[in-house]
Design a protein around this ligand. Structure first.
Ligand code: IPM
Ligand code: MG
Length: 354
């Protein structure tokens, strides 16, 4: 099994190092790792945030373990050279259209959520975010209005095939879970969303076991923190999914706990090719100090074992070890604790079941 490790910027290298240590502690001798530069680090070394060699390393692997990209030193660069373009380019070039972002409260850790414990207890949602379309990848530019004012514009569009392939992932996932699927859009205002809603609705007939409902994104934001119990699987577009997944992560207690899987259509010998990353960013303000919480990346590695490498048992072991560490009070600073990056990695490894 070949894993490409793209650690990236800021806290990326620190948190991926711990995830790799946890993987190694699982004693999967069949795993080989390759490392490649990405983001601001790649720009500095190779003049581009996503060098061809990095893309090749990702393509040659069965899965990609990704840290984070984003570097304030690169903010003044032209947009196509900024670190964020690396992750957007990887998603596009690798065809990773389906982003799974589970947000589940860890039992006993309700007090870590800013929500009241009785509400926090209900948070158990999988956000299925479309990842290669929407306003993220539409034409964009800066132009001048008739009055001579500077005007930025971004094109939002979703085609029926793009909607159907992400909806299929969501329906299939909901079928295997509680059977409830909420599709989130803004169909009261956007044509893009009306087509989205029509296509998702039309597909419901193929999945009679799934109960489909629709919700406007503004309402969904409110409902996630006021009545999260109603959500099991949610499906939404790229931009709304970006926003709602940060919201859901805060409901869990910290963005430092949320993993993600980005999947496409390509099958490997062991599962579906995918890229795995924590949903948090590069956190330049705390980078290099050994205080970042690596749990989201460790949990991303668990998702990688499950979806891309056919190792569900090891995935379960890692997830159980993280839950146990949290229950034992192994908390990073993001959760009001004192544990550093390495100490959290050690604590998870110690708790891996034999
Ligand atoms: C995420 C991030 C990215 C996104 C950024 C870094 C481009 O916020 O994965 O949620 O907007 O998708
Ligand atoms: Mg985001």
């Amino acid at each position: 099994m070949k894993i490409a490790v793209l650690a990236g910027d800021g806290i990326g290298p620190e948190v991926t190092a711990e995830a790799v240590r946890v993987l190694e502690a699982c004693n999967l001798s069949v795993i080989t790792l390759t490392h490649a530069d990405v983001g601001g680090a790649a720009y500095r070394n190779h003049g581009h945030p996503l060098p061809e060699a990095t893309l090749e390393a990702a393509r040659a692997a069965d899965a990609v373990l990704f840290g984070a990209v984003g570097d304030p030193a690169c903010d003044a660069l032209e947009r196509h050279l900024r670190p964020e373009q690396a992750i957007l380019g990887l998603r596009r070039e690798l065809g990773l259209f389906a982003n799974l972002r589970p947000a589940r409260i860890f039992p006993g850790l309700e007090h870590l959520s800013p929500l009241k414990p009785e509400i926090a207890r209900q948070v158990d949602t999988l956000i299925v975010r479309e990842l290669t379309g929407d306003v993220y990848f539409g034409d964009k530019g800066v132009r001048e209005t008739a009055e001579g004012a500077r005007e930025g514009w971004d094109m939002m569009a979703y085609s029926a095939p793009e909607i159907r392939r992400i909806a299929r992932v969501a329906f299939t996932t909901a079928q295997g879970a509680s059977g409830a699927l909420t599709s989130v859009d803004k169909a009261n205002v956007l044509e893009t969303s009306q087509v989205w809603r029509d296509e998702v609705s039309a597909m419901a007939a193929d999945y009679p076991e799934v109960t489909l409902s629709h919700m406007y994104v503004d309402n969904a934001a409110m409902q996630i923190i006021s009545n999260p119990a109603q959500f099991s699987v949610m499906v939404t577009g790229n931009l709304f999914g970006d926003i709602l997944s940060d919201l859901a992560s805060a409901a869990v207690g910290s963005i430092g706990l949320l993993p993600s899987a980005s999947l496409g259509e390509r099958q490997t010998d062991y599962g579906t090719f995918g890229l795995y990353e924590p949903i948090h960013g590069s956190a330049p303000d705390i980078a290099g100090r050994g205080i970042a919480n690596p749990m989201a990346t460790i949990l991303s590695a668990a998702m990688m074992l499950r979806h891309s490498l056919g190792r569900a048992l090891e995935a379960d072991r890692i997830e159980a070890a993280v839950a146990k560490a949290l229950a034992d009070g192994v908390l990073g600073r993001d959760l009001g604790g004192e544990h550093g990056t390495r100490a959290i990695g050690d604590a998870v490894i110690e708790r891996l079941s034999p």
